[in-house]
Design a protein around this ligand. Sequence first.
Ligand code: SAH
Ligand code: DHB
Ligand code: MG
Length: 219
Amino acid sequence: MKEQMWNDVDDYFTDKLHNTDPVMKAVQQNNADAGLPGIDVSANHGKFLSLMVKMSNAKNVLEIGTLGGYSSIWMGRGLPEDGHIVTLEYKNAHAKVARENIERAGLSDKIEVIEGAAIDTLPTLKSKGWSSFDLIFIDADKPSYPQYFKWALKLSRPGTVIIADNVVRGGRVLDPEDSTGKAVRDFMDMMADENLIDGTALQTVGSKGYDGFAIGIVK
Ligand code: SAH
Ligand code: DHB
Ligand code: MG
């Protein structure tokens, strides 16, 4: 079956490139022990995010949707010495585990977890001194993606990289009956606005099934 092959190839790349990483293994174990859902990015996708941080020379990163901090830590590893990540998480239990994991990864001085519904915490960031971010990773509740995109633009500058996870979801993006699909399509309508952003979307297969992400550079 194709799905099996996608998994095997993902495992092959993970084993080849990322499997000697005790910190990341401990983070995943800690998440599982705490009962967090296994919906973090894959190791290969995490490294991709880390490389994006490096390639865009990002110093200030915003993440919407922390879970156990797995993707935050990957991105944190791509930061320069004076880099920072602000990551937003709704659930107290997730934020707690994320802080433990971030501590374990030695990134507590670089990564700040802000608790609360992102739609409430996003408007507080400017007054906390975060005027614009260099890279923004959107990965929280999918129905809110259109609102998160608007906030991402408000908290961006020309050149900011915006990445949004889970824009395919097994093809449900095209399902007219799927309310999350509708939200993702509304999000894609904004991504398609050439006055706002220069973007694209890529489909992915692997250990997380069939999904994809959108990526763009703010105009
Ligand atoms: N980026 C993480 C995965 C995030 S999963 C990683 O790859 O490791 C999505 C997270 O978004 C969950 O922890 C969920 O609790 C959180 N979330 C859901 N709704 C939210 C909201 N309204 N505001 C902030 N976070 C939210
Ligand atoms: C879900 C959320 C994610 O961010 C993801 O990458 C996969 C699944 C979910 O809520 O089901
Ligand atoms: Mg995701």
